[in-house]
Design a protein around this ligand. Structure first.
Ligand code: NDP
Length: 399
């Protein structure tokens, strides 16, 4: 088989010769008991860069030994890009949400052999899922591989926004020491109302991690959590997003992007939020209307916005979120720490091993199978396509 793997660029100065830590902490299982990926083999050193082109997700040796052809590229956007050329006779495409290869209907139709689309991470909205169903292309992702990594990022972003860390750090870097400038927007999180839109693997973990800060916790989800969890966290359920945003000082967004959630935080929804609230969105950029977010930060309706997800990705250099006030954005990194890379590289290998040996891929990794949403996909996604507008990614110019 031919496997096309679209990964992010190598570090500008080349692959690291050494890393800060020589070993990763050992994690035996996820909180709900799901096991970590269990591939039969591993050809990389855990804790090294695997998600970039030279890292190759540690797959080359395994694939070549089994007679498959691996092509790895980061050139994924714009007319004539290498990924589009290589896709034409590929059987499997692997891509990552951090550097998504937008697999539109048009691209699928240019690839008659394509049978599988694998997401090295979580969130397969960069694949036109409706077209995948129509063309019988199975879609898999490595459920849970980086959910806890993202939850850590959310906590970091909530605290850094509310305390106004970015401003304080910038003052130090400029050589300054004006304390009043540093604290005039800085609050304690303690006592605040924190709510998540979706309490899945990430949302629930973020709530659990925030609990020790002495905050009031809220959530909205399509399915209600068990009563025991609500009790454990003293967690208030809201039957609508509107009801949640009305009372929360901080709203964190943790649902997948699909037609139901695209543009959920538009001007109208933001106007229903508590004045001066903060949003942390590590789910997907398209869930928030980019103009409405920037306008709300300017007017003071929002006090801060942070996240690591943009649309499209890479974000064009003039994307309005790069320059809006009071933001704490990062590039899409929360789910690709060195720790997470090890798990999703293992997960991709497990999925490939299953495909090659005609064994069913775990249902928790399954999004689309045999032309239908299935497994996790059936539970968390709705039919449709969220890749519209992705051509804009070609406007990004490397710096
Ligand atoms: P889960 O599948 O565990 O959780 C998703 C949750 O969203 C489920 O509880 C689901 O509800 C809920 N949901 C679905 N649709 C809606 C809706 N319309 N309104 C409210 N809730 C909804 O996934 P994770 O928590 O692991 O990941 C969530 C998302 O986070 C991913 O889809 C991805 O987009 C993003 N992500 C981002 C990463 C990053 O690096 N920034 C990395 C990993 C994920 P139910 O199951 O009850 O139907």
């Amino acid at each position: 088989m031919k496997i096309l793997c679209v990964l992010y660029d190598n570090p500008k100065k080349g692959m690291p010769k050494k890393y800060p830590l020589s070993k990763l902490p050992v994690i035996k299982k996820y909180p709900d008991g799901q096991t970590l990926p269990t591939p039969k083999g591993r050809d990389f050193k855990p804790g090294t860069l695997l998600g970039c082109v030279s890292g190759e997700l540690g797959l080359r040796k395994f694939l070549q030994k089994n007679g498959h052809k691996l092509v790895v590229t980061s050139d994924k956007d714009g007319k004539g890009c290498r990924a589009d050329k290589e896709l034409k006779d590929a059987d499997i495409v692997i891509s990552q949400p951090f550097w998504p290869y937008y697999l539109t209907r048009e691209k699928m139709e240019s690839a008659p052999n394509l049978k599988y689309a694998i997401t090295a991470g979580i969130g397969s909205d960069h694949v036109d899922l409706q077209a995948a169903m129509d063309h019988n292309i199975d879609v898999y992702e490595v459920t849970y591989c980086n959910s806890r990594s993202v939850a850590e990022h959310i906590v970091m972003m909530i605290i850094s926004l509310v305390r106004d860390y970015h401003n304080q750090h910038a003052i130090v870097n400029r050589g300054g020491w004006n304390i009043a400038d540093a604290v005039h927007r800085s609050y304690d999180v303690e006592g605040m109302h924190i709510g998540t839109v979706a309490a899945g693997r990430i949302g629930l973990d973020a709530l659990r991690k925030m609990k020790p800060f002495g905050v009031h916790l809220h959530y909205f989800d399509k399915h209600r959590l068990p009563k025991s969890v609500e009790k454990e966290l003293n967690l208030k359920f809201h039957s609508s997003v509107e009801s949640l945003v009305k009372v929360c000082d901080v709203v964190t967004i943790n649902c997948p992007l699909h037609p139901e959630t695209e543009n959920l935080f538009d001007k109208k929804m933001i106007s229903k939020m508590k004045k001066g609230a903060y949003i942390v969105n590590t789910a997907r950029g398209k869930i928030c209307n980019k103009q409405a977010i920037a306008a709300a930060l300017k007017s003071g309706q929002l006090s801060g916005y942070a996240g690591d997800v943009w649309f499209p990705q890479p974000a064009p250099n003039d994307h309005i979120w790069r320059k809006m006030p009071h933001h704490g954005m990062t590039p899409h990194t929360s789910g690709t720490s060195l720790s997470a890379q090890t798990r999703y590289a293992d997960g991709v290998r497990e999925i490939l091993e299953c495909i090659f040996s005609r064994k069913q891929v775990r249902k928790e990794y399954t999004i689309v199978r045999n032309g239908e949403l299935a497994g996790t996909g059936k539970h968390s996604y709705t039919k449709g396509n969220a890749t519209g507008g992705s051509k804009e990614a070609a406007r990004y110019k490397k710096r």
